[in-house]
Ligand binder design. Structure first.
Ligand SMILES: CC(C)(COP(=O)(O)OP(=O)(O)OC[C@H]1O[C@@H](n2cnc3c(N)ncnc32)[C@H](O)[C@@H]1OP(=O)(O)O)[C@@H](O)C(=O)NCCC(=O)NCCS
Length: 170
């Protein structure tokens, strides 16, 4: 049986880095220091087998101007297809809505299973233009521009292959 809870600094954070590194085709890597920073700020949840073994991870980034990006979602391959991603998303979304009630929440992903798991938690697809309007003045592609990410070389956010999803304001 697995449990979902906040990740603590004494959990196996190397495993988080390893799970993310194994997905380098679809995810940006995270150093152990980056993972420690987000765990230290209480910005992440994990799924744990027998309360200890980390088998899934999710975190969020608090942008300026009341904007939250949920991301870093990964589940250890042997445990996929059991609803763990959906539960991690449910927990982090519930926490962000409670602690930051005025925040605008969004994701960018190109993984079909991740998109489906977010859909099941009330996230709705939107175009990149709609996302920019929803988040204004925050521009989620700012980092891509700074780092000359391939999406930026292909015509700015229009070249981005990620699907955008938001929690529509009620
Ligand atoms: C994406 C990921 C986290 C999903 O984890 P998971 O625990 O297996 O997901 P869940 O079991 O909660 O299922 C998610 C949903 O996706 C569906 N799904 C699975 N594979 C799918 C696919 N190839 N295409 C579309 N939907 C798919 C499942 O059926 C389920 O939907 P349902 O409730 O309608 O049946 C996992 O595959 C992973 O770690 N992938 C690599 C990392 C990655 O790309 N992360 C996304 C970064 S945003």
């Amino acid at each position: 049986m697995y449990t979902i809870r906040k990740v603590e600094l004494n959990d196996d954070l190397q495993k988080v880095s390893k799970m993310i590194a194994a997905e380098h085709r679809t995810m940006l890597g995270k150093t152990i220091e980056q993972v420690m920073r987000e765990v230290g700020k209480r910005l992440s949840f994990g799924a744990f087998l027998h309360k200890k073994e980390m088998i899934g991870y999710i975190s969020f980034h608090l942008w300026e101007q009341n904007v939250i990006e949920v991301g870093g979602l990964v589940v250890d391959p042997p445990f996929r297809g059991k609803g763990i991603a959906k539960k991690l998303i449910a927990r982090i979304t519930c926490l962000t809505r409670k602690e930051f009630p005025d925040c605008k929440i969004f994701i960018l992903s190109k993984n079909p299973a991740a998109l489906q798991a977010f859909r099941k938690n009330g996230y709705k697809e939107c175009s990149h233009e709609e996302l920019l309007r929803f988040l204004e003045p925050v521009d989620p592609w700012e980092e891509c521009r700074k780092k000359r990410c391939p999406c930026w070389e292909n015509g700015g956010y229009r070249g981005c292959k990620m699907t955008a999803m938001i929690i529509p304001s009620s």
